[in-house]
Design a protein around this ligand. Structure first.
Ligand SMILES: NC(=O)c1ccc[n+]([C@@H]2O[C@H](COP(=O)([O-])OP(=O)(O)OC[C@H]3O[C@@H](n4cnc5c(N)ncnc54)[C@H](O)[C@@H]3O)[C@@H](O)[C@H]2O)c1
Ligand SMILES: [Zn+2]
Length: 394
């Protein structure tokens, strides 16, 4: 079996690197730029003003679309594209968390293709390369700046919502700029949920059935950095060392999962996001320890390595006990950073478990990478454990 590793051709990192956006846009031959971002960033931080000033100083015409909500909808993508079309841009700059970056990707894809967005769902269905993109993350979490994925919330035919993905090399950024200073204004809850999303990417990819040589070291390094620095970033947003390490960890976890792929946690979290509007990072964080517990026996050696990367004292323990330490360490991290750890905390009742399990089971694109085969019944049991109905171990 051959495997392929894809990434943006240029990844720029480091404090202050956001100021390179103008020169990078020029180098891509841009003349008219649409910046896709959100209102919180535009009104409560100076990152949008700074990026626009940089682009203008490089002689570019700039328009800003700032109407992106968290876990954005298909409707937002279509409005973003309509706004952008009127500006006739030849470059899209995404500036924000995963939500703004994903709308930037959808905008770039829609503007360069005749095919409607609704026919782009799934893997490899964007016909032609999107407009060139520069992506600058303001959260350390999704890794969207380096992935070929775009996740949107869609209306289900029978009512309700579901999260759906577009995966295509045609929506990879030409340049990713990972400036940790952009994340310094993120409040503790955003920092925590984004950081746990990155940890989920790293852990799911490390144990993935589709892991490949480059993804494993990237994932393990990200796990170690997040274990060491996420608490610090949540406790003190001004801790620049913690911000730098988290920004790098998120980018590395993004490169890892874009090529080694996600599993059961994301299958369930996407269903939780669609059906109950639970924010992506919060949903992943809540479900992660329960899926790890389920997966332990399928990848004991890898879970033991995760425990070690997280700094757990595993010396002298059996591999099985060491693997268990990984799950317990992650559960403790969820609690320490102040995120919900049972379903009731996000207002999901036990009655909802069968429907939630059913929809999660539909995410076979993700479940096929899970190290342990998960049946519908298994997903139900995982959700029951997350609701506190089963206390087999904890
Ligand atoms: N494309 C991918 O590869 C990928 C991967 C994982 C997740 N996602 C998607 O990304 C979305 C979640 O993104 P997210 O967790 O980064 O959060 P987000 O983009 O939804 O932002 C959450 C909130 O934090 C605010 N915020 C962001 N950065 C800030 C900063 N520096 N200072 C102050 N406020 C800030 C935003 O304004 C927003 O209100 C979900 O839709 C998820 O499905 C995409
Ligand atoms: Zn994720």
């Amino acid at each position: 079996m051959s495997q392929e590793f894809q990434s943006p051709p240029r990844i720029i990192t480091g404090e202050g690197s956001a100021s390179a956006v103008g020169a990078q846009a020029q180098a891509l031959g841009a003349t008219r730029v649409i910046v896709v971002t959100d209102k919180v960033l535009r009104e409560k931080t100076d990152c949008v003003t700074n990026a626009v000033a940089c682009l203008k100083a490089s002689g570019l015409a700039v328009e800003v679309f700032d109407d992106v909500e968290p876990d954005p909808s298909v409707g937002t993508a279509l409005r973003g594209a309509e706004f952008a079309r009127a500006c006739k841009p030849n470059l899209v700059v995404g500036l924000g968390g995963g939500s703004a970056l994903d709308i930037a990707k959808a905008t770039a894809a829609i503007l360069a293709n005749e095919t409607p967005l609704t026919q782009m769902w799934g893997v490899g269905n964007v016909p032609a390369p999107g407009l060139p993109m520069i992506l600058l993350p303001t959260t350390a979490g999704t890794g969207s700046e380096v992935t070929p994925n775009c996740i949107l919330t869609d209306v289900k035919p029978g009512g309700g919502h579901m999260k759906k993905g577009i995966v295509s090399p045609h929506i990879l950024a030409r340049v990713a700029i990972v400036d940790p200073l952009l994340t310094a204004t993120a409040p503790p809850l955003t920092t925590a949920s984004a950081g746990m999303d990155a940890l989920t990417h790293a852990i799911e990819t490390y144990v993935s059935r589709s892991a490949q040589p480059l993804t494993m070291p990237l994932a393990l390094e990200a796990i170690g950095l997040i274990g060491k620095y996420l608490r610090r970033a949540v406790a003190n947003g001004g801790d620049l060392e913690a911000r730098r390490q988290m920004a790098n960890a998120s980018m590395m976890a993004g490169l890892a999962f874009a090529n080694g792929f996600l599993g059961g946690v994301h299958a369930i979290a996407m269903a939780m996001g669609g059906q109950f509007g639970v924010a992506h990072g919060v949903a992943n964080s809540l479900i992660l320890p329960y899926v790890m517990e389920f997966n332990e026996m399928a990848a004991t050696e890898k879970f033991a390595a995760i425990a070690e990367a997280l700094g757990e004292p595993i010396e002298g323990l059996s591999e099985r006990d060491a693997a268990r330490c990984a799950t317990e360490a992650v559960h403790q991290l969820v609690i320490d950073v102040g995120l919900p750890h049972v379903l009731a905390d996000v207002k999901i009742s036990e009655d909802s478990i069968p429907a939630l399990a059913e929809e999660s089971f539909g995410n076979q694109r993700l479940l096929k990478n899970n190290p342990r085969t998960a049946t519908l019944q298994d997903l139900r049991r995982i959700l029951e454990a997350a609701s506190g109905l089963r206390k087999e171990r904890r």
